[in-house]
Design a binder for this molecule. Sequence first.
Ligand code: BGP
Length: 489
Amino acid sequence: MAHFPEGFLWGGAVAANQWEGGWNLGGRGPAMTDVTTGGSVKERRKITYIDKDGNHGTLDRHQKLPEGAHYAVLDEYHYPNHEAVDGYHHYKEDIALFGEMGFKQFRMSISWSRLFPTGLEKEPLKEGVEFYRDMFKEMHKYGIEPLVTIWHFDTPLYLEEHCGGWLNRETIDHFVRFATACFTEFKGLVHNWLTFNEINNTMPDPVFRPDCSDEEFAEACQHLHYQFVASAKAVQIGHAIDPSNMIGCMICGICYYPGTCDPADIIENRHRWEEKIFYCGDVQCKGYYPTFAKRIWDEHNVKLDITEDDLDDLARGTVDMYTFSYYMSQNVTTHKDVEIVGGNMSAGSRNPYLEYSDWGWSTDPSGLDYYLEMIYDRYELPIMVVENGLGAYDTVEEDGSIHDPFRIDYYRKHIQAMDKAIAHGVDLIGYTTWGCIDVVSAGTGEMRKRYGFIYVDMDDEGKGSMKRSRKDSFFWYKKVIASNGEDLA
Ligand code: BGP
């Protein structure tokens, strides 16, 4: 007997920059993802620019633009997010397929620069507003509730390049204007919101980023602080505009384990939970910085620009629910003689008890139960798992069918883990699998790293018909939803 409550919000998730495409249509302005090239598991994605002498150059994600240079789209590169999987023109078809699977909710994000092309405009673009309104109406036709991420890694490029991005306090006001426009324009159509996707990914992971200087670490804390304040202001405004709005935080949920029973590893592991998971969750759920923040700031010589008004906003703008992505667990160790494996902007020592995907991400359903129970105990807020899935290669058979038993197996085990957490008392209210339709990978820019129940005919070079087809997992998930998590066979 499964334990999923009646009305459990089953569904799937995408993000504008990975699904929508239409990067320069409808008056939309560019975002950083539009100057980010494709990559692979071996070769990192690059950000492209033209320097002050007209030379073309590329940067890694963490590097800064050289003096006098500007971000640019260069002919010699392919930019997979420009068209992505063209949700811009296919949303009716895609939503109909989600409806066919019986989705109760669909998580998507609003492209900030589709409403505010540079981020500085005073009013949102009508065309952008209409586009999303139509999408929400379409979802409601099928009884699908939208779950809207306001920011999913896509600050308008203009704000990043000319205004200092999230290191400038003024970006808070620009974001608040954007969020206010969303709450106002989509009032009545949307009730469930997330302010910042995987906000904690800005906090540098010491194994993934061993080269991170204290200066860079301090910038990350400042960037986060401004986002915390922006989120808290948005929560207050969202509630004032429509008191029925449920607004959540969204944390990249990695379950950390000590690599050995060496006490140094146990302590290091506790610190990793604090830095990577609780630092953001505590501020957004409790409304103030936790005690351990002082340790983190002292260790990296962080001096925050933080005002009394900020503290007041944080206290008033706590979230209504905790949401997170869950893909994997990670081992934390102080020992050096270990093999390092990584994924989703984190890394750790290989766990011999787990299997790893072709992209090096561990599969660990028990970590999901562990995480859910740990987090519910800490905050006692309703929880949603808003991303979970297996990035894998798919093969299209001659008759067009796509057999993906490995994906079904992955989901079955994670749904069982959620069921267990609910049985233990966790108030889990929804689940949206990541990339319910194949999308461009955020990490590598590949299409071949597929998560979907729905296959999209598009390859890494941008070639393909964009035709949508149902994988075996499509029919399986439909059954799971129809039986409210009972039938996982
Ligand atoms: C999360 C992001 C998503 C998504 C997912 C899978 O970090 O919120 O946008 O892409 O990870 O990652 P990837 O696409 O790199 O496999």
